[in-house]
Design a protein around this ligand. Sequence first.
Ligand code: SAM
Length: 217
Amino acid sequence: MTDFSREREAMVERHLKRRGITEPHIVNAFLAVPREEFVSPDYAHLAYGDHPLPIEAGQTISQPYVVALMIQAAAIKGGDQVLEVGAGSGYAAAVISRIAGQVIAIERQHDLIELARQRLERLGYDNVEIVEGDGTKGCPDRAPFDAILAAASGSHVPRALVGQLAPNGRIVMPIGDSGWVQELVKVTKKDDGILRQENLGGVRFVPLIGEEGWKDD
Ligand code: SAM
């Protein structure tokens, strides 16, 4: 039988710590979340490779290193109110919930939502709420957010997301062509409302589909 906790520790050592993700609160969050529970049993034995894996509705669970990089870039800390756009399996939301105060994770694919909700409830993640909707419009009822992470790529940062950021809030999102490599971008809203943008390197994500994203074919 697979010893998932040993595999999880090895993944954190090899794919996170050795690649510069060493902050204890991030490392501990990844050690606390059983990724094998967020994929179908057919893929559980692959759960601790550093790669995306297929989930229902033709979507993917993101690569652990990239989730860690986004959490690090967004400087998520205790007490933060965080929005994740693209809840998918709920894995990244579960990891973020080990650090932040409250996580709102929005997902447009109805089939994924019930699965993610049941999984998070069964595993006891009671500070994560999965909301159904178009994440390009954010989640105005639950704003403002200290950090917003988008797990799908758009041509630009949707205006609604910028509007729902708290002062000193951070958005981390892949920006670029929908079918190819994108740039991971961090936007910080300064106290005076001025936005600062930094580029963090190349990534590859599924497209953000919605009113201020790509159109569904
Ligand atoms: N974070 C997820 C996880 O840990 O499993 C992986 C997310 S997957 C790479 C991207 C997700 O974004 C897909 O589930 C897709 O349906 C969702 N998505 C795409 N456009 C969206 C939108 N406008 N609003 C909400 N979710 C969206």
